[in-house]
Design a protein around this ligand. Structure first.
Ligand code: TRP
Ligand code: SF4
Length: 400
């Protein structure tokens, strides 16, 4: 049976905050009702940039899994695991590296971007260059076809599709397939055969989707083919033969619009976050001390919500009626800022309450999380081993 399998990973490089919840985790929770989901801690990926601070990774792995569980990721529905505990990812990474052109890696936009952004680190390493290929191995080893990611990661999914295509092209041919396909091409007639070959090359070498569509259209219009030849020629456009690795699709996660305490996007680097399981007093204090419209010096000064980061939070947390109350009360100096902040405090605390409740048992008994992850790793490994068996076989490594 064909199942849609979702896979996504997160690097354990810091603690999670409400921005992660609204941007990523809520989406993960939603997906688990619809798909078979695999979520993993990308600790090797964290090492590509944090190789000099391994303690950060160690500290964050278990906390991060507890955050996932707190957010509502359900271990009965989703498989949770740690990348480095499924060493098959590394073997597939190595095997894929044999057919990965260096230029493809160098051209992935995140490569240069991140090197520039994190210029205090030396990222001219073999591991960092291979970051997208390791990610491809993560995805392809589960034959996952849906990968929820943010916009910044879309090039990595595109790259993964190209790697899968190239792999299938190089290793997926069945005995005699090529000769049969070539014979079928000749039956197209000289003019069509030439067009078919050009489109096929364009698609295989450049991943040109328009060329794929045009080649298919050409076959649709050709009526003198046997069914067998038709199927062969359709397969042959895409490399032909067996599909060993499945091309995944990105499930684009809308960028989190979650504002931080200062009105900028909530982010660790702006130091404006509320962590996922922050305690209630600290949440209240952070919101109470948030800056407001600087025009409201005295309680009697009217303000403008558009100039106030608290309003941004009302947009996330308050209904229309409450928003109206803010707009009117602020502009008329009818309400004070502390009064205005209270419903936001209440809403954040209400959102976090079930998270604290879900986290409680895991904090009390750390062996619970260990065993959820151990089960997840075992399940992931079985699948990974199946894919790897097929990969080894077509790469000529199954000799005795
Ligand atoms: N690179 C991803 C990020 O920084 C994390 C990641 C690693 C990932 N492997 C993956 C995401 C596989 C999706 C699928 O967000
Ligand atoms: Fe901001 Fe509310 Fe104060 Fe207006 S009343 S400045 S919206 S906190």
């Amino acid at each position: 049976m064909f199942t849609n399998r979702v896979l996504s990973g997160m690097r354990p490089t810091g603690s999670l905050h409400l921005g992660h919840y609204h941007g990523v985790l809520k989406n993960w929770v939603m997906l688990q009702h619809e798909y078979e989901c695999f979520y993993f801690v990308a600790d090797w990926h964290a090492l590509t940039t944090h190789y000099d601070t391994p303690e950060i990774i160690e500290q964050n792995v278990w906390d991060m899994v507890i955050d996932w569980l707190a957010a509502g990721v359900d271990p009965a529905q989703s498989t949770l695991f740690i990348q480095s505990r499924v060493p098959e990812h590394a073997e597939l990474h190595l095997l894929l590296s044999m057919i990965t052109p260096l230029g493809w890696l160098e051209r992935v936009p995140t490569y240069k971007d991140q090197q520039e952004k994190l210029s205090e680190k030396d990222l001219s390493t073999y591991g960092f260059l291979g970051y997208p290929l390791l990610q491809s191995a993560d995805i392809l080893i589960y034959r996952a076809n849906r990968v929820p990611v943010g916009e910044d990661q879309v090039p990595h999914i595109e790259f993964t599709r190209e790697i899968a295509r190239r792999f299938n092209h190089v290793f997926g041919r069945e005995p005699g397939f090529e000769a049969k396909a070539e014979a079928a091409v000749k039956k197209l007639g000289a003019r069509r055969a030439k067009a078919y070959r050009q489109l096929r090359t364009k698609y295989l070498e450049q991943g040109d989707g328009a060329a794929l569509a045009a080649a298919r259209a050409l076959l649709e219009e050709t009526h003198n083919l046997t069914l067998g030849d038709r199927d062969r020629l359709f397969g042959y456009i895409e490399g032909g033969g067996k599909v060993i690795l499945t091309e995944p699709l990105a499930l684009l996660t809308e960028a989190s619009k979650m504002p931080g305490l200062d009105g900028q996007k909530m982010s660790k680097s702006y130091n404006n976050t509320i962590s996922l399981r922050e305690d209630a007093d600290s949440v209240a204090k952070k919101i109470r001390t948030m800056p407001t419209d600087p025009a409201r010096v005295k309680r009697s000064d009217p303000g403008d919500p558009e100039k106030c980061p608290v309003w941004q939070l009302h947009l996330v947390y308050s209904d229309e009626q409450k928003q109206h109350w803010v707009q009117h009360g602020c502009r008329s100096a009818g309400i004070g800022c502390l009064e205005c902040k209270q419903p936001v405090i209440d809403a954040v605390l209400a959102e976090q309450k079930p998270m604290h409740e879900r986290a409680e048992q895991y904090l009390e008994d750390p062996t619970l999380v260990r065993s959820i992850v151990a089960d997840g790793c075992e399940k992931a490994r079985k699948l990974a081993q199946e894919t790897l068996r097929d990969v080894r076989e077509v790469m000529g490594l199954n000799y005795s």
